[in-house]
Design a protein around this ligand. Structure first.
Ligand code: ZN
Length: 431
C-alpha cells in the first residue's frame, strides 16, 4: 500500500492519501518522500497544523534545522517559501555571535583531572562527566547536554580542543511555577520554553547541544533530539518514532531503548519496577539511579538490572573514566555499589552504610538524595528527604515506607499512584 501511495503522482493524490504517505514515509525514514507528500497536503490545505508539525520534524531529518526553526519558532506558514531544495543543505548549527559576554571559565574543583577539569570549569557542573569520557572513546555515539548561554563560547572552544563535534538543538528557558501551558502533562521531565537559538538574548537561557566524535553521528542525534518544550503557549512534542531513533542514535543498547519506549509512562507504570521484575541479579554496573550525580556510568534505564549489554557498556565507561582520572573512577565505582531506595521515577536515595534487617527492611547511616539536581521537584520531595535523613532504618511495604529511629517508628511516608507519577517503592542492593 505504501508503494502504491508513493508511486502515485503527488498532484493526483488526495489530501488524505498524501498525509498517509507522509506518515508512513516518516516512520520508514524516507524523509524526502515525506516532505514531498506534506508539501502536497499543504498546497491543498495550508491551515492544518499537523502538516506543518510533521514537515518541521521532517526538515530536522533532512539536516535543515533553519527550516525547522522558521516553522516552529518563526511561525512560518508559507508553503512556497518552504518549498526550497533543502535535502542537500548542510547543517551548520553553530550559533552566530549573539553579543554574549565572555565571562571566562567558572571555578571548578581542583581535584578533577585532564579533560574532566576543563569540562567542569567551562560547564560549571560535574554532572555527566563519564558520558563525555564515553563519547571521547566512542563507547557511545553521542550525548546531549545543556550549556548556559554565557558559557557557550568557552564550551565551543573546549569541544574543538577535545576533537568533539557540537550541534545546537534549541534554547531552553525556565518556565515560571505558575505557568500551565497546554499539554504540560505530556512533558513530565521537561519544564522549559523552547526558543530559536539564533535569536535568544535572555541570559537565563541554556542551549541544548549534541556532542559526538563524528559529524554524521552528531547530525543523526540532532535530527531526533527535540524535547517536549513549550512553544507559543503549548507543549510541542515530536513524532513518537523519534524517541526510538534518539536512543539508538545515542548508542544505548537496543534492548533497553525498546524497554524504555514500552514502559516510560510515569502516570501508569514505573519503568524501574519493570526493570527490577525483569532482573535475576541487581548488578552495580546497571545502577542508573545515580545518573543525576557525578557518580554514574549509565544514563539510560536498563531493560534489567543485569542486562548484559548495559553491564558491558558500564564497565567500558568506567575504564574510560579511569583512563582520564583513576581516583574519580574508584570513587565512582564505590558510590554505585550501594543500596538505593526508589520512591518513584523522579525520587530515589542512596542509603549509605546500608545493612539488611530482613526482607524489605534496611538500616542505614545516611540517605543521599540522588535527585536533588532535578528541576521538576515537588515541595513534598524535600519533606521526604528530611524524614529519611532523620531516620536510620526503613521498611518498604506495598503502599508506604515506614521509618525508624533507633528501633522506634518515627515517620511513615504514604505513597500514591494518582499524583502523575506511579509510586512503587523498591529497595535495590547494587552489588
Ligand atoms: Zn538492555
Amino acid at each position: 500500500m505504501y508503494q502504491a501511495l508513493r508511486d502515485r503522482e503527488p498532484c493526483r493524490a488526495l489530501e488524505s492519501q498524501s498525509f498517509a504517505l507522509a506518515i508512513c514515509a516518516y516512520v520508514l525514514g524516507e524523509f524526502a518522500v515525506a516532505r514531498t507528500a506534506l508539501l502536497n497536503c499543504l498546497r491543498i490545505d495550508a491551515d492544518v497544523e499537523e502538516y506543518w508539525h510533521l514537515l518541521a520534524f521532517t526538515c530536522r531529518h533532512l539536516r535543515a534545522m533553519d527550516e525547522f526553526n522558521s516553522i516552529v519558532f518563526g511561525g512560518r506558514r508559507d508553503v512556497l517559501a518552504s518549498d526550497s531544495d533543502y535535502a542537500a543543505a548542510e547543517t551548520d548549527a553553530r550559533l552566530a555571535d549573539h553579543g554574549r559576554a565572555s565571562t571566562g571559565p567558572a571555578e571548578g574543583s581542583p581535584d578533577w583531572q585532564g579533560a574532566f577539569r576543563d569540562l567542569v570549569a567551562v560547564r560549571g557542573s560535574a554532572l555527566q562527566l563519564p558520558q563525555y569520557a564515553a563519547v571521547l572513546t566512542e563507547i557511545r555515539r553521542s550525548m546531549d547536554d545543556w550549556i548556559p548561554i554565557r558559557q557557550f563560547e568557552a564550551y565551543e572552544a573546549l569541544l574543538a580542543r577535545l576533537g568533539l563535534c557540537l550541534r545546537v538543538d534549541c534554547a531552553f528557558l525556565p518556565l515560571s511555577g505558575q505557568e500551565q501551558p497546554l499539554g504540560i502533562e505530556y512533558a513530565p521531565t521537561t519544564r522549559a520554553r523552547g526558543s530559536d537559538p539564533a535569536s535568544i538574548k535572555d541570559p537565563r537561557a541554556s542551549l541544548h547541544v549534541i556532542v559526538s566524535r563524528r559529524p554524521s553521528w552528531a547530525d543523526e542525534t540532532l535530527a531526533n533530539s527535540w524535547y517536549a518544550v513549550v512553544v507559543d503557549g503549548r507543549v510541542l512534542t515530536k513524532p513518537k518514532i523519534d524517541h526510538l531513533r534518539l536512543g539508538l542514535a545515542f548508542g544505548y543498547p537496543e534492548c533497553c531503548v525498546r524497554s524504555f519506549i514500552q514502559y516510560n509512562r510515569w502516570g501508569q507504570m514505573c519503568n524501574l519496577t519493570e526493570a527490577a521484575n525483569n532482573s535475576r541479579r541487581t548488578r552495580w554496573e546497571a545502577n542508573c539511579l545515580t545518573k543525576n550525580t557525578p557518580w554514574m556510568t549509565i544514563f539510560h534505564i536498563p531493560c534489567a538490572f543485569d542486562c548484559p549489554a548495559t553491564v558491558d557498556y558500564s564497565q567500558a565507561v568506567l575504564a574510560a573514566v579511569a583512563g582520564i582520572d583513576l581516583g574519580y573512577a574508584s570513587k565512582l565505582e564505590a558510590f554505585i555499589k550501594q543500596t538505593v531506595l526508589v520512591v518513584n521515577e523522579k525520587l530515589s536515595y542512596a542509603l549509605v552504610g546500608a545493612v539488611s534487617a530482613g526482607d524489605d527492611r534496611v538500616r542505614y547511616e545516611e540517605a543521599i538524595d540522588l535527585c536533588a539536581n532535578l528541576s521538576f521537584r515537588e515541595p513534598s520531595d524535600d519533606d521526604r528527604t528530611r524524614a529519611l535523613r532523620s531516620a536510620n532504618e526503613l521498611l518498604v511495604t506495598g503502599d508506604s515506607i515506614v521509618l525508624f529511629r533507633d528501633g522506634a517508628v518515627c515517620d511513615v511516608l504514604e505513597l500514591r499512584c494518582d499524583g502523575g507519577v506511579v509510586e512503587n517503592p523498591l529497595l535495590l542492593h547494587f552489588e
